[in-house]
Design a protein around this ligand. Sequence first.
Ligand SMILES: O=C(O)CCC(=O)C(=O)O
Ligand SMILES: [Fe+2]
Length: 308
Amino acid sequence: MYYLRRIKPAVPGTSPVQGRAHEKETDMNVSVSPSKALKIEQLHPSIGAVLGGVDAKRPLDQATVDFVRQALLDYKVVFLRGQHLSVEQQNRFGQYFGDLLDHPINIGGTYPDIDWLEAQGHRTRAENWHSDLAFLETPALGTILSLTEQPPVGGDTLFADLEAAYNGLSQPVRDLVDGLTVLHDAENFSDWAWGPNVDATRRAAILNFSARKVEHPLVKLHPETGRKTLFAARGFARKIKGLSDEESDGILSLLAAHVTKAEYVVRFKWQPGDIAFWDNRATLHRLSNDYGDAPRKLQRILISQFGT
Ligand SMILES: O=C(O)CCC(=O)C(=O)O
Ligand SMILES: [Fe+2]
Protein backbone atom coordinates (compact mmCIF):
# COMPACT_ATOMS: atom_id res chain seq x y z
CA MET A 1 0.00 0.00 0.00
CA TYR A 2 1.19 3.49 -0.71
CA TYR A 3 1.76 4.38 2.88
CA LEU A 4 4.19 1.54 3.37
CA ARG A 5 6.74 2.95 0.93
CA ARG A 6 10.05 2.24 2.58
CA ILE A 7 13.48 3.65 2.17
CA LYS A 8 16.10 0.94 2.07
CA PRO A 9 18.34 0.85 5.12
CA ALA A 10 21.77 2.33 4.47
CA VAL A 11 23.10 -0.18 6.94
CA PRO A 12 22.53 -3.92 6.61
CA GLY A 13 19.93 -5.24 9.07
CA THR A 14 20.63 -4.58 12.66
CA SER A 15 19.02 -7.13 14.88
CA PRO A 16 17.56 -6.86 18.35
CA VAL A 17 20.32 -6.89 20.90
CA GLN A 18 20.66 -9.80 23.27
CA GLY A 19 21.70 -8.78 26.75
CA ARG A 20 22.87 -5.42 27.93
CA ALA A 21 25.43 -3.52 25.92
CA HIS A 22 26.55 -1.54 28.91
CA GLU A 23 27.51 -2.13 32.51
CA LYS A 24 25.70 -0.47 35.36
CA GLU A 25 27.58 1.65 37.84
CA THR A 26 26.15 2.25 41.24
CA ASP A 27 26.76 5.96 41.62
CA MET A 28 24.38 8.69 40.45
CA ASN A 29 22.43 6.52 38.01
CA VAL A 30 25.20 6.84 35.46
CA SER A 31 26.27 3.79 33.48
CA VAL A 32 29.45 3.66 31.45
CA SER A 33 30.02 1.32 28.53
CA PRO A 34 33.04 -0.98 28.49
CA SER A 35 34.69 1.53 26.16
CA LYS A 36 34.09 4.21 28.84
CA ALA A 37 32.69 6.47 26.16
CA LEU A 38 29.02 5.52 26.01
CA LYS A 39 27.00 6.75 28.96
CA ILE A 40 23.49 6.48 30.31
CA GLU A 41 21.90 9.01 32.64
CA GLN A 42 18.46 7.92 33.78
CA LEU A 43 15.81 10.62 34.10
CA HIS A 44 13.28 8.38 35.84
CA PRO A 45 13.41 4.92 37.46
CA SER A 46 11.86 3.12 34.49
CA ILE A 47 11.45 5.49 31.53
CA GLY A 48 13.73 7.98 29.84
CA ALA A 49 17.51 8.21 29.70
CA VAL A 50 19.99 10.64 28.21
CA LEU A 51 22.69 8.80 26.25
CA GLY A 52 26.20 10.21 26.13
CA GLY A 53 29.03 9.38 23.75
CA VAL A 54 26.84 8.90 20.66
CA ASP A 55 27.46 11.27 17.76
CA ALA A 56 24.39 10.76 15.59
CA LYS A 57 25.77 13.05 12.89
CA ARG A 58 28.36 10.43 11.94
CA PRO A 59 28.15 6.79 10.83
CA LEU A 60 27.89 4.52 13.87
CA ASP A 61 29.80 1.34 14.62
CA GLN A 62 27.88 -1.79 15.56
CA ALA A 63 28.68 -1.47 19.26
CA THR A 64 27.13 1.99 19.35
CA VAL A 65 24.05 0.86 17.42
CA ASP A 66 23.66 -2.07 19.84
CA PHE A 67 24.08 0.30 22.79
CA VAL A 68 21.34 2.67 21.58
CA ARG A 69 19.06 -0.21 20.66
CA GLN A 70 19.43 -1.85 24.08
CA ALA A 71 18.98 1.47 25.87
CA LEU A 72 15.77 2.01 23.91
CA LEU A 73 14.47 -1.36 25.13
CA ASP A 74 15.61 -0.68 28.69
CA TYR A 75 14.45 2.94 29.03
CA LYS A 76 11.75 3.14 26.31
CA VAL A 77 12.73 6.67 25.28
CA VAL A 78 16.29 7.88 24.88
CA PHE A 79 17.59 11.39 24.35
CA LEU A 80 20.78 12.59 22.67
CA ARG A 81 21.78 16.14 23.52
CA GLY A 82 23.02 18.79 21.11
CA GLN A 83 23.05 16.76 17.91
CA HIS A 84 21.75 19.42 15.48
CA LEU A 85 21.06 16.81 12.79
CA SER A 86 20.42 17.64 9.17
CA VAL A 87 17.55 15.76 7.52
CA GLU A 88 20.08 13.43 5.86
CA GLN A 89 21.90 12.75 9.13
CA GLN A 90 18.63 12.04 10.92
CA ASN A 91 17.59 9.63 8.16
CA ARG A 92 20.92 7.82 8.31
CA PHE A 93 20.76 7.55 12.09
CA GLY A 94 17.22 6.16 11.92
CA GLN A 95 18.12 3.55 9.34
CA TYR A 96 20.43 1.80 11.81
CA PHE A 97 17.31 0.78 13.73
CA GLY A 98 14.91 -0.19 10.97
CA ASP A 99 13.41 0.93 7.70
CA LEU A 100 11.96 4.42 7.58
CA LEU A 101 8.19 4.60 7.35
CA ASP A 102 6.17 7.34 5.67
CA HIS A 103 3.43 8.95 7.66
CA PRO A 104 0.30 7.64 5.92
CA ILE A 105 -1.43 10.99 6.06
CA ASN A 106 1.56 12.96 4.88
CA ILE A 107 1.31 11.69 1.33
CA GLY A 108 2.54 14.29 -1.08
CA GLY A 109 4.47 16.06 1.66
CA THR A 110 8.20 16.36 1.97
CA TYR A 111 10.22 13.70 3.69
CA PRO A 112 10.65 13.47 6.64
CA ASP A 113 7.53 14.85 8.27
CA ILE A 114 8.67 18.42 8.59
CA ASP A 115 5.78 19.91 6.63
CA TRP A 116 3.21 17.81 8.37
CA LEU A 117 4.32 18.78 11.83
CA GLU A 118 4.54 22.46 10.96
CA ALA A 119 1.19 22.36 9.21
CA GLN A 120 -0.59 21.11 12.30
CA GLY A 121 -1.07 24.65 13.50
CA HIS A 122 -2.60 25.46 16.82
CA ARG A 123 -5.72 23.34 16.87
CA THR A 124 -4.05 20.03 16.25
CA ARG A 125 -0.80 20.15 18.13
CA ALA A 126 0.01 16.68 19.50
CA GLU A 127 -1.31 17.50 22.95
CA ASN A 128 -3.28 14.28 23.47
CA TRP A 129 -1.52 11.21 24.78
CA HIS A 130 -0.91 8.82 21.90
CA SER A 131 1.33 6.19 20.37
CA ASP A 132 2.33 7.12 16.83
CA LEU A 133 0.30 5.50 14.05
CA ALA A 134 -1.77 3.38 16.45
CA PHE A 135 -4.54 3.64 13.84
CA LEU A 136 -2.55 1.27 11.58
CA GLU A 137 -2.47 -2.53 11.91
CA THR A 138 1.31 -2.26 12.20
CA PRO A 139 2.14 1.06 13.83
CA ALA A 140 5.60 2.57 13.91
CA LEU A 141 8.14 0.78 16.11
CA GLY A 142 9.82 4.03 16.96
CA THR A 143 9.94 7.75 16.32
CA ILE A 144 12.98 9.99 16.17
CA LEU A 145 12.24 13.65 16.73
CA SER A 146 14.58 16.64 16.51
CA LEU A 147 13.47 20.02 17.68
CA THR A 148 14.94 22.44 15.16
CA GLU A 149 13.39 25.58 16.57
CA GLN A 150 12.45 25.94 20.21
CA PRO A 151 10.10 28.33 21.95
CA PRO A 152 11.86 30.46 24.60
CA VAL A 153 10.10 28.48 27.30
CA GLY A 154 7.65 25.57 27.31
CA GLY A 155 6.95 22.99 24.61
CA ASP A 156 8.25 20.04 26.64
CA THR A 157 7.39 16.52 25.50
CA LEU A 158 6.04 13.99 28.01
CA PHE A 159 6.35 10.20 27.81
CA ALA A 160 4.37 7.59 29.77
CA ASP A 161 5.62 4.07 30.56
CA LEU A 162 3.02 1.52 29.46
CA GLU A 163 4.81 -1.39 31.10
CA ALA A 164 5.02 0.26 34.52
CA ALA A 165 1.38 1.32 34.10
CA TYR A 166 0.32 -2.28 33.49
CA ASN A 167 2.33 -3.48 36.48
CA GLY A 168 0.70 -0.78 38.60
CA LEU A 169 -2.83 -2.10 38.06
CA SER A 170 -4.50 -4.14 40.76
CA GLN A 171 -4.94 -7.83 39.95
CA PRO A 172 -8.73 -7.64 39.46
CA VAL A 173 -8.32 -4.79 36.93
CA ARG A 174 -5.50 -6.68 35.17
CA ASP A 175 -7.84 -9.64 34.90
CA LEU A 176 -10.48 -7.36 33.38
CA VAL A 177 -8.23 -5.69 30.79
CA ASP A 178 -6.09 -8.69 29.84
CA GLY A 179 -8.49 -10.09 27.28
CA LEU A 180 -9.93 -6.87 25.84
CA THR A 181 -9.50 -5.53 22.30
CA VAL A 182 -9.62 -1.85 21.36
CA LEU A 183 -10.73 -0.32 18.06
CA HIS A 184 -8.52 2.55 16.87
CA ASP A 185 -8.98 5.18 14.18
CA ALA A 186 -7.48 8.49 13.03
CA GLU A 187 -10.54 10.61 13.80
CA ASN A 188 -8.27 13.14 15.51
CA PHE A 189 -6.95 14.15 12.12
CA SER A 190 -10.37 14.60 10.53
CA ASP A 191 -10.73 18.32 11.28
CA TRP A 192 -7.49 18.89 9.48
CA ALA A 193 -8.99 17.39 6.29
CA TRP A 194 -10.98 20.58 5.71
CA GLY A 195 -8.18 23.01 6.49
CA PRO A 196 -6.25 25.09 3.97
CA ASN A 197 -3.48 23.43 1.94
CA VAL A 198 -5.11 20.00 2.05
CA ASP A 199 -5.57 18.66 -1.45
CA ALA A 200 -8.13 16.06 -2.46
CA THR A 201 -5.70 13.13 -2.21
CA ARG A 202 -4.63 13.98 1.27
CA ARG A 203 -8.20 14.71 2.35
CA ALA A 204 -9.26 11.27 1.10
CA ALA A 205 -6.41 9.63 3.06
CA ILE A 206 -7.32 11.49 6.25
CA LEU A 207 -11.00 10.60 5.95
CA ASN A 208 -10.19 6.99 5.11
CA PHE A 209 -7.98 6.56 8.17
CA SER A 210 -10.58 8.31 10.29
CA ALA A 211 -13.32 5.96 9.20
CA ARG A 212 -11.57 2.57 9.33
CA LYS A 213 -11.20 0.77 12.65
CA VAL A 214 -8.05 -1.14 13.53
CA GLU A 215 -7.91 -3.63 16.40
CA HIS A 216 -5.14 -3.81 19.00
CA PRO A 217 -5.17 -5.83 22.23
CA LEU A 218 -5.54 -3.53 25.22
CA VAL A 219 -2.73 -5.43 26.87
CA LYS A 220 0.03 -6.00 24.34
CA LEU A 221 3.11 -8.14 24.67
CA HIS A 222 6.14 -6.13 23.70
CA PRO A 223 7.55 -8.09 20.73
CA GLU A 224 11.18 -7.78 21.88
CA THR A 225 11.08 -7.73 25.68
CA GLY A 226 8.05 -10.02 25.96
CA ARG A 227 6.69 -7.78 28.73
CA LYS A 228 3.05 -6.74 29.06
CA THR A 229 2.14 -3.15 28.21
CA LEU A 230 -1.13 -1.34 28.83
CA PHE A 231 -1.81 0.01 25.33
CA ALA A 232 -4.41 2.51 26.48
CA ALA A 233 -3.54 5.00 23.74
CA ARG A 234 -6.55 7.25 24.15
CA GLY A 235 -5.48 9.52 21.28
CA PHE A 236 -6.44 6.93 18.68
CA ALA A 237 -8.41 4.42 20.82
CA ARG A 238 -12.08 4.77 20.01
CA LYS A 239 -13.89 1.90 21.68
CA ILE A 240 -13.38 -1.37 23.50
CA LYS A 241 -14.78 -4.12 21.34
CA GLY A 242 -17.92 -5.84 22.59
CA LEU A 243 -18.65 -3.32 25.37
CA SER A 244 -21.41 -0.74 25.53
CA ASP A 245 -20.36 2.87 24.85
CA GLU A 246 -20.81 3.63 28.53
CA GLU A 247 -18.67 0.71 29.68
CA SER A 248 -16.01 1.43 27.07
CA ASP A 249 -15.79 5.16 27.86
CA GLY A 250 -15.62 4.48 31.58
CA ILE A 251 -12.83 1.92 31.30
CA LEU A 252 -10.82 3.89 28.72
CA SER A 253 -11.05 7.04 30.84
CA LEU A 254 -9.98 5.18 33.94
CA LEU A 255 -7.01 3.63 32.14
CA ALA A 256 -6.03 6.90 30.45
CA ALA A 257 -5.87 8.57 33.86
CA HIS A 258 -3.92 5.64 35.28
CA VAL A 259 -1.33 5.40 32.48
CA THR A 260 -0.50 9.09 32.70
CA LYS A 261 -0.03 9.29 36.48
CA ALA A 262 3.08 11.25 37.43
CA GLU A 263 4.78 8.05 38.60
CA TYR A 264 4.80 6.64 35.06
CA VAL A 265 5.72 9.84 33.22
CA VAL A 266 9.00 11.48 32.30
CA ARG A 267 8.97 15.07 31.06
CA PHE A 268 11.69 16.11 28.64
CA LYS A 269 12.91 19.70 28.50
CA TRP A 270 14.47 20.25 25.13
CA GLN A 271 17.77 21.99 24.59
CA PRO A 272 19.00 23.13 21.16
CA GLY A 273 19.82 20.28 18.80
CA ASP A 274 18.47 17.49 21.03
CA ILE A 275 16.85 14.39 19.62
CA ALA A 276 14.37 12.02 21.25
CA PHE A 277 14.01 8.42 20.10
CA TRP A 278 11.08 6.53 21.57
CA ASP A 279 9.58 3.06 21.38
CA ASN A 280 5.92 3.42 20.45
CA ARG A 281 5.26 -0.13 21.66
CA ALA A 282 6.14 0.74 25.25
CA THR A 283 5.19 4.40 25.62
CA LEU A 284 2.65 7.12 25.01
CA HIS A 285 3.69 10.70 24.46
CA ARG A 286 2.24 14.18 24.19
CA LEU A 287 3.32 17.76 23.78
CA SER A 288 2.86 20.32 26.53
CA ASN A 289 0.92 22.93 24.55
CA ASP A 290 1.93 25.90 26.67
CA TYR A 291 4.04 28.09 24.39
CA GLY A 292 1.35 30.17 22.70
CA ASP A 293 2.38 31.68 19.40
CA ALA A 294 6.11 31.14 19.87
CA PRO A 295 7.76 29.22 17.01
CA ARG A 296 8.47 25.52 17.51
CA LYS A 297 9.72 23.39 14.63
CA LEU A 298 10.22 19.68 14.45
CA GLN A 299 11.99 17.25 12.17
CA ARG A 300 10.74 13.73 12.56
CA ILE A 301 11.14 10.25 11.15
CA LEU A 302 9.24 7.06 11.87
CA ILE A 303 10.89 3.64 12.08
CA SER A 304 8.94 0.58 10.95
CA GLN A 305 8.70 -2.71 12.79
CA PHE A 306 11.35 -5.33 12.11
CA GLY A 307 10.44 -7.69 9.32
CA THR A 308 7.31 -5.88 8.18
O1 LIG B 1 5.45 18.01 19.53
C1 LIG B 1 5.88 17.10 20.25
O2 LIG B 1 6.64 17.30 21.19
C2 LIG B 1 5.45 15.69 19.99
C3 LIG B 1 5.03 15.50 18.57
C4 LIG B 1 4.58 14.11 18.30
O3 LIG B 1 3.62 13.63 18.83
C5 LIG B 1 5.37 13.29 17.37
O4 LIG B 1 6.37 13.76 16.83
O5 LIG B 1 5.00 12.13 17.17
FE1 LIG C 1 3.36 11.61 18.21
